[in-house]
Ligand binder design. Structure first.
Ligand SMILES: Cc1cc2nc3c(=O)[nH]c(=O)nc-3n(C[C@H](O)[C@H](O)[C@H](O)COP(=O)(O)OP(=O)(O)OC[C@H]3O[C@@H](n4cnc5c(N)ncnc54)[C@H](O)[C@@H]3O)c2cc1C
Length: 657
């Protein structure tokens, strides 16, 4: 199908179809502060004896999956869990550095549940659901108590209270942290809670197993098809409900800060089986990453946002100024965030800080190789606080920077540049975290639910643990209360078909025997996505990207070379399947970005900006969640709109000045 790439005023009906509107029917129609209590009270319960008769599959052992497995196991359900790593605790969540938010107000600096709710809705540029975000803010305070009880070693103040720091887009200190290893410490907590259930026999964990299909039998998600990544065996597993906690899809851009293995396959396969994909184009580009240093690179490294508490961001005032830092006097430096956004300074939200870095580099004021970098400078902080204090707060991040760049950030400013980091889009879910397939629940970064068009820092860990420890145990129980469902086994036509789809695809990938490596396709896709669906997007660029991606797909299925066999450890085969799904997702992301003719949060349409270059929303036309239905191979995706209704927060142009 060729794409009409002329300037257009139509609704792109040659590219997608418009379906019926949808709504979240699960959040009770009461005051926002009462919705979660009301939902929990109205939800059906399962008595402890009956829980032993019910099975749940959880794919993913990051913070969302491990916390769900631990809690559901503890409650007495039979949980089968899967991850593709060799240990659950190697999930990508382990990489999280900076912290986790909670509205504890330990600092007595004006924080509250309402303020966390407000900051998150505003930070997401008024493109998230009020109900979900309010619940997230409510549950945040319980998460910290739970983690402390597990022994998570959060940083403490001298007096013994848990310490807090600030993250972007807020003016209070509500971020709890464990040095620069918060994700690791939280994951160890969730993992040990899950392992306790493994020992108790309620959770069975399968490592090195990759889910490649969901089994939808008689209209309900009833199981998964997985590949044993060591032997190649294709297995079917069945349950009364399935949870996907499989993380985000930032690696569609090839270069990102995500773990190398992070991928979209689980959610994309579910999408093909009927789960709507929500807001796929909402991608977060993080302002503080180590700049790309060459073509050989396959991974980017984050420098935590927490560094913006004390580090000052600047570039030379003059374009093309390539003097060493020590020779650029203070009055020739432009602390552009402090200048443009005096209220929030270096702690503006990520979308704004990233765009500002792009602008100064586009003006020729960037630093380092290729001029694609800005300074993050700790000289003032070290002078004010002393090296020891800075070391205690950020030591491991400084070490990481020094090891990767060979430069000492205590002596010379870090160089940073924006990079792909997180995906706000994901499978569409209702208030219960149930997707459009009954019985298929989605948690953590894999769902679209809480962050709108831009996620505030330290809120992904909060959401993952909220979903796993607190939300799912209630909402899933409500679904399971109608079970056990009619038994389904390998002979069910849906199970036979799903298994066949998996084996056919593997055979096809192995049989092409072309001339191009899987990585070369992935890299090319990433280049297209970054160029046309990255920090700035235009109609012409997106139309072109759709065309290029379609050509790339044809070339992939004609010319990819997948070496080895299925019946063995075969990383090329694993990657080929993931890249094939990334190609399909990439096209949908561009279609979503194309149809949304407004700028909001991380989605910046060049055609829709304020006079001073900020994102300009078009609330009359786009105050909705875009939930995409799979339109079949070669078919058009179908757009269902879920209207966003704000009753507790006034929608306005975001300002951090
Ligand atoms: C470098 C970095 C630093 C970050 N720092 C912070 C921070 O300080 N604070 C914050 O709030 N957020 C942070 N984030 C974001 C946060 O880490 C993630 O959003 C969050 O950890 C995602 O958790 P998750 O449980 O949803 O998924 P993940 O941790 O990504 O786990 C996914 C799981 O799914 C499994 N899986 C996936 N697909 C399959 C499949 N097909 N078959 C079987 N298993 C599968 C994987 O094996 C894994 O177990 C950071 C992100 C990055 C990249």
């Amino acid at each position: 199908m060729t794409v009409n790439t002329d300037a257009r005023t139509d609704d792109f009906t040659d590219i997608y179809d418009l379906g019926a509107p949808i709504a979240d029917t699960k959040a009770p129609d009461v005051d926002v502060s009462q919705r979660w209590d009301t939902r929990r009270f109205e939800a059906k319960l399962v008595n402890p004896a009956n829980r032993r008769k019910l099975k749940v599959i959880i794919v993913g052992t990051g913070l969302a999956g491990a916390s769900a497995a631990a809690t559901l196991g503890e409650a007495g359900y039979h949980v089968t869990s899967f991850c593709y790593q060799d240990s659950p605790r190697r999930a990508h969540s382990i990489a999280a550095q900076g912290g986790i938010n909670a509205a504890k107000n330990y600092r007595n600096d004006g924080d509250s549940i309402y303020r966390l709710f407000y900051d998150t809705v505003k930070g997401g540029d008024f493109r998230s659901r009020e109900s979900n975000v309010y619940r997230l803010a409510q549950v945040s305070v319980e998460i910290i108590d739970q983690c402390v009880a597990q022994g998570v070693p959060f940083a403490r103040e001298y007096g013994g209270l848990l310490d807090n720091r600030s993250f972007g887009g807020v003016q209070v200190s509500r971020t709890f942290y464990a040095r620069g290893q918060t994700g690791q410490q939280l994951l160890i907590g969730a993992y040990q809670a899950m392992e306790r259930q493994v020992a108790a026999g309620t959770v069975v964990n399968h490592t090195r197993h990759e889910m490649l299909e969901v089994i939808v039998a008689d209209g309900r998600a009833r199981g998964v098809i997985v590949r044993d990544m060591v032997t190649g065996e294709i297995e079917s597993h069945f349950a009364d409900a399935v949870v996907l906690a499989t993380g985000g899809y930032g690696n569609v851009f090839f270069l990102s800060t995500n773990a190398m293995g992070s991928n979209v396959t689980a959610t994309w396969r579910a999408h093909r089986k009927g789960a709507y994909f929500g807001n796929p184009c909402y991608t977060q580009i993080h302002p503080t990453c180590i700049p790309v240093s060459g073509d050989y690179q396959s991974k980017l490294t984050l420098m935590s946002e927490s560094l913006r508490n004390d580090g000052r961001i600047w570039v030379p005032k003059k374009a093309g100024d390539d003097r060493p830092v020590s020779q650029i006097p203070e009055d020739e430096r432009d602390y552009y965030l402090e200048r443009q956004y005096p209220s929030f300074g270096n702690l503006v939200p990520r979308d704004i800080a990233s765009r500002a870095a792009k602008y100064v580099c586009d003006e020729g004021r960037g630093v380092g190789p290729g001029g694609l970098g800005v300074y993050l400078d700790f000289a003032d902080a070290i002078a004010r606080l002393g090296r020891k204090t800075v070391e205690a707060k950020y030591g491991n991040l400084f070490d990481m920077y020094a090891q990767i760049t060979g430069e000492d950030p205590y002596e010379t400013p870090m160089r940073i540049y924006p990079a792909v980091h997180y995906t706000m889009g994901g499978l569409w879910v209702d208030y219960d975290l149930q997707s459009s397939i009954p019985g298929l629940f989605v948690a953590g970064e894999a769902n679209f639910s809480d962050h709108g068009a831009n996620r505030l820092g330290a809120s992904a860990l909060m959401q993952g643990l909220a979903d796993g420890y607190f939300v799912l145990p209630n909402t899933l129980a409500n679904y399971l209360a109608d079970g056990p469902y009619e038994p389904v086994d390998e002979s069910h036509p849906a199970a036979v078909e799903a298994k066949q789809e998996v084996t056919d695809r593997i055979e096809k990938l192995l049989s092409i025997n072309g001339t191009r490596t899987v990585d070369s396709f992935h890299r090319e896709l990433g280049t297209i996505m970054w160029e046309y669906c990255g920090m700035a997007r235009t109609e012409g660029g997106l139309l072109k990207a759709i065309e290029l991606i379609r050509e790339l797909r044809t070339e992939f299925w004609r010319n990819v070379k997948v070496t080895g066999v299925n019946e063995d450890l075969n990383q090329t085969l694993e990657r080929a399947g993931r890249v094939a799904d990334f190609i399909d997702l990439g096209e949908l992301m561009c279609i979503d970005a194309l149809h949304r003719r407004e700028s909001c949060g991380g989605h910046f349409r060049v055609e829709s900006q304020t006079e001073d270059g900020e994102a300009l929303r078009q609330d009359d036309d786009f105050a909705y969640v875009a939930a995409w239905e799979f339109g079949g191979d070669g078919g058009k995706p179908v757009l269902h709109k879920e209207a966003l209704i704000y009753q507790n927060v006034e929608m306005k142009q975001r300002s951090y000045k």
